[in-house]
Design a protein around this ligand. Structure first.
Ligand code: UTP
Length: 487
C-alpha cells in the first residue's frame, strides 16, 4: 500500500474514532497539513485511549471527583531513622541483605524523568539542569556518579532505567551521549518514554474538548509518574530486568541531587519484610507541609494528599507533642520486579486519575494560538503511590532531610528570599550534607548564627555517597567562613 493510501485509511479511521468521542475538531486542519505533519497527528490520535478519555471527561472534567475521607484512618507506622537498641540487630540484618542484593546484581536504579518541569522553567529535560554548587553538575550527572561509585564499591553492575516522555526522550538520550554516559557503560542505561494524555478544556461551552497546541498537534502531556508502572512493562524494561536477574527496583525522582539512588538499608528492610512496594518518609516540618501523608486505610498502606487531609487531623498531636500524621511522602520507593509484572498481567490494571487544573496554550476557534493567563484546562495524571494499597505488604523507612532531601521544584526567586525547593535551596542542602559529613570526619566547619554551613562545599558522589567513603580521602584541615571546597 502506498504511504498516501495508508494515510487515507488511517485518516478515515481516526475520523470515526474522534466522532464517536465527540472530538472531531482535532482533525479540523487536517487538509492544511503536509503528509509528514498529518502522519504525525495521526500517530498522536492513535496513541490516545479515546474511550478512556471520554469516560474521564465525564468523571474528572465535567465533574470534579470528590475526595471521600475514609472513616477509619490511622497514621502508618514506620522504621525510624535511628534504630535505637530495639531495632539495631534488625537493621544490621537488613543492611547485610541490602548489600548482598546489590553485590549480587539484583537491584536496578529507576528514575522517573518524564515530567515537564514547568515550575522550574528550564528549557531542557529537568535532569540536564546544572544542580551542584561548584561544578554545576547536572541532576542526571549526580545520579550517574552515585551509581558509578556504588558499582565500584560493590563490584557489581546497577542497570539504570530512565523513564522519559515523548517530548524529552530524544534530548535526554542526546544529553547522555554527549556526556559519554558520565562514565557508565551505555548498555546499562536504558531509556523509555511514558504515555501521554490530552489536556481538556474546562472553559465555558468548550468544557470537555481536547485542546490543540497547533494545527497538527494535540496538547498532550505526560500521564503522571503513576504511568511508570505500566510503561516499565510495556517498554520491555521489566523483561530486560528479568533477563538480567534483577529482583528489586530502586525508584527515585529526577529532581533531588542528594538522593540515595540505591540505598542498601532501605532495600534490605523492604526485602527482609517481604514487601512488594515500600517507601521512604520524612517527618513533616509543619502540619500542612506539602507532602502526601502515609496512612493506613482498611489495613492498606495509602497516601493521602496534603490537600485532602483535614486540618484537624493534620494538626493532631500525640501525647509527646509530635504530629500524629507525621510521615510525609518524598516519592522514594523500593519496588519488587514481580509486583510490577503482576499488576500488568491483571488486564484491568490502571491507577486512578487525578484532576489538575493548569494553564495550557491552545488554538482558539479561529486557529490562533492563545497563551492563557488563568487555568483553562484539566490535565489528567496518575500517581505512583496509588499502587501502595495494591500491595499485600509495604513498609516505610524514615530518612533524614539533610542526608537525602534537597529537591529542585521551583525557579529561583528574584527577591532576596529564596523560593522553597529551588536551585538555591538545593545547593544549600548539598553544602549542609557535605558539611555534616566533614564534621563527622572531624573537620571543623564554619557555621553562621543560624547554624548553617557558612561556606560552599560540594562532594562528588564519585568521592563519597556516604561519610565512610571519606576515609582515605585528602580532606581540608578545616572549612573556614566563605571557603569553596570541592572534593
Ligand atoms: P513533579 O510532580 O515534580 O512534576 O514530578 P514535574 O513535571 O517534574 O514538574 P512541574 O510540576 O511541571 O513543575 C515528580 C517526578 O515525577 C516525574 C518528574 O520527572 C519528576 O521526577 N514525572 C512526573 C514523570 O516522570 N512523569 C510525569 O508524568 C510526571
Amino acid at each position: 500500500m502506498s504511504t498516501t493510501q495508508n494515510l487515507k485509511e488511517r485518516l478515515a479511521s481516526a475520523r470515526t474514532t474522534l466522532a464517536a468521542a465527540g472530538q472531531s475538531h482535532v482533525l479540523a486542519y487536517a487538509n492544511e497539513l503536509t503528509e509528514p505533519q498529518l502522519a504525525d497527528l495521526l500517530s498522536q490520535i492513535e496513541s490516545v485511549d479515546w474511550p478512556e478519555v471520554t469516560r474521564l471527561i465525564q468523571s474528572h472534567v465535567k465533574n470534579t471527583p470528590k475526595f471521600k475521607l475514609p472513616q477509619k484512618l490511622d497514621p502508618a507506622p514506620w522504621y525510624p531513622n535511628d534504630p535505637g537498641l530495639k531495632l539495631r540487630e534488625k537493621y544490621q540484618k537488613a543492611l547485610a541483605l541490602g548489600r548482598q542484593l546489590i553485590r549480587r546484581g539484583k537491584v536496578a536504579a529507576f528514575t522517573v524523568a518524564g515530567g515537564q518541569g514547568t515550575r522550574l522553567g528550564w528549557a531542557g529535560p529537568k535532569g540536564t539542569y546544572a544542580a551542584t554548587p561548584i561544578r554545576g553538575m547536572s541532576l542526571f550527572g549526580c545520579m550517574a556518579e552515585y551509581i558509578r561509585k556504588t558499582q565500584t564499591k560493590y563490584n557489581t553492575i546497577i542497570p539504570w532505567y530512565i523513564m522519559t516522555s515523548p517530548v524529552n526522550d530524544a534530548a535526554t538520550r542526546a544529553f547522555f551521549k554527549d556526556n559519554q554516559y558520565f562514565g557508565l557503560a551505555g548498555e546499562n542505561v536504558m531509556f523509555f518514554p511514558q504515555a501521554m494524555m490530552p489536556a481538556i478544556s474546562m472553559v465555558g461551552a468548550d468544557t470537555g474538548k481536547v485542546l490543540m497546541d497547533g494545527k497538527g498537534q494535540i496538547a498532550l502531556s505526560p500521564n503522571g509518574h503513576g504511568g511508570s508502572l505500566k510503561a516499565l512493562y510495556t517498554s520491555g524494561a521489566i523483561a530486560d530486568m528479568k533477563k538480567r536477574g534483577i529482583e528489586q527496583i530502586s525508584y527515585t525522582q529526577v529532581d533531588n541531587p542528594i538522593v540515595r539512588v540505591v540505598d542498601p538499608l532501605f532495600i534490605g528492610l523492604h526485602a527482609l519484610d517481604g514487601c512488594e512496594m515500600s517507601s521512604k518518609m520524612l517527618p513533616k516540618a509543619y502540619p500542612k507541609e506539602k507532602l502526601g501523608n502515609f496512612c493506613i486505610v482498611d489495613g492498606k498502606m495509602t497516601v493521602i494528599e496534603y490537600s485532602d487531609l483535614p486540618d484537624a487531623l493534620a494538626e493532631e498531636r500525640t501525647a509527646d507533642g509530635e504530629l500524629r500524621f507525621r510521615a510525609g511522602s518524598i516519592a522514594l520507593h523500593a519496588i519488587r520486579v514481580d509486583f510490577v509484572e503482576s499488576l500488568n498481567l491483571k488486564g484491568d490494571f490502571g491507577l486512578e486519575f487525578h484532576r489538575a487544573e493548569k494553564k495550557v496554550p491552545y488554538l482558539d476557534a479561529q486557529g490562533k494560538r492563545v497563551i492563557p493567563t488563568a487555568n483553562n484546562a484539566v490535565k489528567l495524571e496518575t500517581f505512583v503511590f496509588d499502587a501502595l494499597p495494591l500491595t499485600k505488604k509495604s513498609i516505610i523507612y524514615e530518612t533524614d532531610r539533610v542526608d537525602e532531601f534537597a529537591p529542585i521544584k521551583n525557579a529561583d526567586a528574584t527577591g532576596p528570599e529564596p523560593s522553597v525547593d529551588s536551585p538555591i535551596t538545593a545547593k544549600r542542602g548539598q553544602t549542609e550534607r557535605a558539611g555534616r559529613w566533614l564534621e563527622q570526619m572531624g573537620v571543623p566547619v564554619a557555621r553562621d548564627a543560624q547554624g548553617r554551613v557558612d561556606a560552599v562545599i560540594e562532594i562528588s558522589h564519585l568521592t563519597a555517597t556516604e561519610p565512610q567513603d571519606l576515609y582515605g580521602v585528602k580532606l581540608p584541615l578545616e572549612v573556614k567562613r566563605g571557603d569553596r571546597v570541592l572534593l
